[in-house]
Design a protein around this ligand. Structure first.
Ligand code: GLN
Length: 489
């Protein structure tokens, strides 16, 4: 069989092809490494390509397949967001601070997926320390959207999303603190799943805002999201917030029937901020769910309008604490002309961090300071509890909440870089799920002016299977997710 079209296949198709010996894991890895060679100069989706390591792993995968010892994801190539520590491989988190950092250990997500048989092709570009919605805060330059290179692919997992949309890899890992998996998925016509907080281990995932950060997946189909989530989810004693809850076989349990499903629609999600055609695409998707047997129910999330301001107190507060470890002494960049210890801290951090990260650290330090703690941080935590309670009440009456993932399709690179508040509003529909620790998924639901948009589904805690089933059912009746940017077919 020709290997020219392997990049067009999904994980599930590649898995079948490998099992069937239509091609080898080495041929597959070579085909995708060639794609990366040909296209990544334009996309800038990858910061490190681990070609030799990938080919070694692929040879071992072929041996296992030959010996009948194939594991669940044997020989399937993926890329990891560069926020995950990878042993012996540069791990930058998109920052100058960690430019030369080679991790001495693997994140649990990385080791679990490797133990399941996946093959790492490389590390994906991202906003610096995952702070951003456009990939423009990366020290290594922006990622370009395969649907239009003048546009952003979203962020912070923009490299992961662009790599999958551009067919450089069939799937990628990502992380989501306020929308960083789902927003780039929506803007690149890919599927993005952020699991329940605690579902996937955060061990070895460089921390941004620990009470919000969660690892997940970006794929081209819902089946693939189910496959990959199964390979990474589960309890990890090395993460104190990991939850010991059984991991279902998401893939085998995929189910198309939506009869009786109650889908909540939130009024505020269709307010003035939503671009008209994006809203129309989402409404059409909701109508399709209805014709498939779902019931649409109006739900109220009275405090959801406060989610963005709440997030921009909580997340910076936690980041200011997490990033204090980068002091020029123990990790990362060290200024070489420091006069004393204080000067070393100041210069190393001043040189190592970019503008957005500094803005967050300053905000976070301010809201946690003695004089302002009660007014800002404590208040934000109280509002966060109200938002979580709103969701809890809503899920007493509905199975999922559905709406737009983003207010608009992809925007041009540079369009929002001078205005952080406008940039922050990208996550207006996604942040609530992080504040409440809920699982959420974005699935392609149409195009506006040639650019993709996504349908956002939020579920109750541990309702990943419900989200996957709704999206799976939707994909069975639509072909948005099969569309590929012309230059990357
Ligand atoms: N865009 C949001 C931020 O900049 C969310 C980022 C994320 O989910 N990592 O904080």
């Amino acid at each position: 069989m020709s290997t020219d079209s392997l990049h067009t296949q999904t994980l599930a198709e590649l898995k079948a092809g490998l099992e069937n010996r239509d091609f080898s894991a080495v041929e597959l890895a070579e085909a995708l490494l060639a794609r990366i060679d040909a296209h990544d100069a334009t996309l800038n989706a990858l910061l490190t390509v681990t070609a030799e390591q990938a080919l070694d792993a692929a040879r071992q995968a072929d041996d296992r397949i030959a010996n009948g010892e194939a594991r669940a994801l044997e020989g399937l190539p993926i890329v990891h967001k560069d926020i995950f520590c990878t042993r012996g491989v540069r791990t930058t988190c998109g920052s100058r601070m960690l430019d030369g950092f080679v991790s001495p250990y693997d994140a649990t997500v990385v080791s679990r997926l490797a133990d399941a048989g996946t093959i790492m092709l490389g590390k994906a570009n991202m906003d610096e320390f995952a702070m951003g919605s456009s990939n423009e805060t990366s020290y290594y330059g922006p990622v370009h959207n395969p649907w239009n290179p003048a546009c952003s692919p979203g962020g912070s997992s923009g490299g992961s999303a662009a790599a999958v949309a551009g067919r450089l890899a069939p799937a990628a890992t990502g992380t989501d603190t306020g929308g960083s998996i789902r927003q780039p998925a929506a803007l690149t016509n890919t599927v993005g799943l952020k699991p329940t907080y605690g579902r996937v281990s955060r061990y070895g995932m460089i921390a941004f805002a620990s009470s919000l950060d969660q690892a997940g997946v970006i794929t081209r189909s819902v089946e693939d999201a189910a496959l990959l989530l199964g390979g990474m989810a589960g309890f990890d004693e090395r993460d104190s917030t990991s939850i010991d809850h059984p991991v279902p076989d998401y893939f085998s349990a995929l189910e198309e029937d939506l009869s009786g499903l109650r889908v909540g629609v939130v009024r505020q999600h269709f307010d003035a901020g939503l671009e008209e055609h994006t809203g129309a695409a989402v409404r059409e998707a909701l109508d399709l769910l209805k014709t498939k047997g779902a019931e649409l129910v109006d739900v109220d999330l009275p405090n959801i309008d406060l989610s963005v301001p709440t997030y921009y107190v909580v997340a910076p507060a936690e980041c200011s604490s997490n990033l204090s470890r980068f002091d020029g002494v123990r990790f990362g960049h060290r200024a070489d002309d420091a006069e004393d210890l204080l000067d070393l801290y100041c210069k190393s951090r001043g040189e190592g961090f970019g503008a957005e990260v500094k803005r967050r650290i300053l905000t976070g330090t301010y809201v946690l300071s003695a004089g302002y703690y009660d007014a800002y941080y404590l208040k934000a935590q109280q509002v966060r509890a109200l938002i979580a309670e709103d969701f809890r009440e809503a899920f007493a009456n509905v199975d999922v909440i559905a709406g737009p993932t983003t207010p608009t399709p992809a925007f041009e690179l540079g369009a929002k870089t001078d205005d952080p508040i406008t940039m922050y509003l990208n996550d207006i529909y996604t942040i609530g799920a992080n504040l409440a620790g809920l699982p959420a998924l974005s699935v392609p639901c149409g195009f506006v002016g040639g650019l993709p948009v996504g349908l956002h589904l939020v579920g109750g805690h541990f309702a990943e299977q419900t989200l996957l089933n709704v999206a799976y059912s939707y994909q069975r009746d639509t072909d948005w997710h099969h569309r590929c940017p012309e230059a990357y077919a």
